[in-house]
Design a protein around this ligand. Structure first.
Ligand code: SF4
Length: 140
């Protein structure tokens, strides 16, 4: 089974991803990851500490934040909300289930208050979407 390495906060960024990002190359790369996970939810995610394959496509001509301590802290905090940490390995499907069970859309404002993408509300919508899908699946 294919596996993808992701740092903690990117699990959440992918839920809100709607084709917008830091550059065309960045979006091409992120869309490829997004589509792989959408089409193959059994894909195994290796949760890692620090920069991952999404960070690797960050435009070299823009100020990079991938190594900032605040970003490492966010990775750890978001993973902590799911009872996870770097080194864990589980399918994208399982991760979605954990996020839907543990995170409310409004939590994104608290957890990602320093992110420039947070005010657009796309990540809140992403969390709302997976929670709604989970609720529909549990209907009799
Ligand atoms: S608000 Fe920013 S850091 Fe948080 S999930 Fe969205 S894009 Fe990622």
């Amino acid at each position: 089974m294919q596996s993808i390495e992701l740092r903690g906060h990117h699990l959440f960024c992918l839920l809100g991803y709607r084709g917008k990002g830091y550059s065309e190359d960045f979006c091409t790369n992120m869309t490829a990851v997004y589509e792989t996970l959408r089409q193959n939810p059994q894909t195994v995610i290796d949760i890692i500490e620090g920069p991952d394959g999404i960070c690797a496509a960050f435009p070299p001509d823009q100020p990079n934040h991938c190594q900032n301590p605040s970003v490492y802290r966010k990775d750890k905090e978001l993973l902590g909300e799911l009872g996870l940490a770097a080194g864990n390995r589980l399918s994208w499907e399982e991760l979605i289930g954990r996020i839907a069970a543990a995170i409310q859309p409004d939590d994104i404002h608290r957890l990602c208050h320093d992110c420039p993408w947070e005010p657009y509300g796309l990540c809140q919508e992403g969390v709302a979407h997976i929670r709604q899908a989970k609720a529909l699946r549990s209907l009799p």
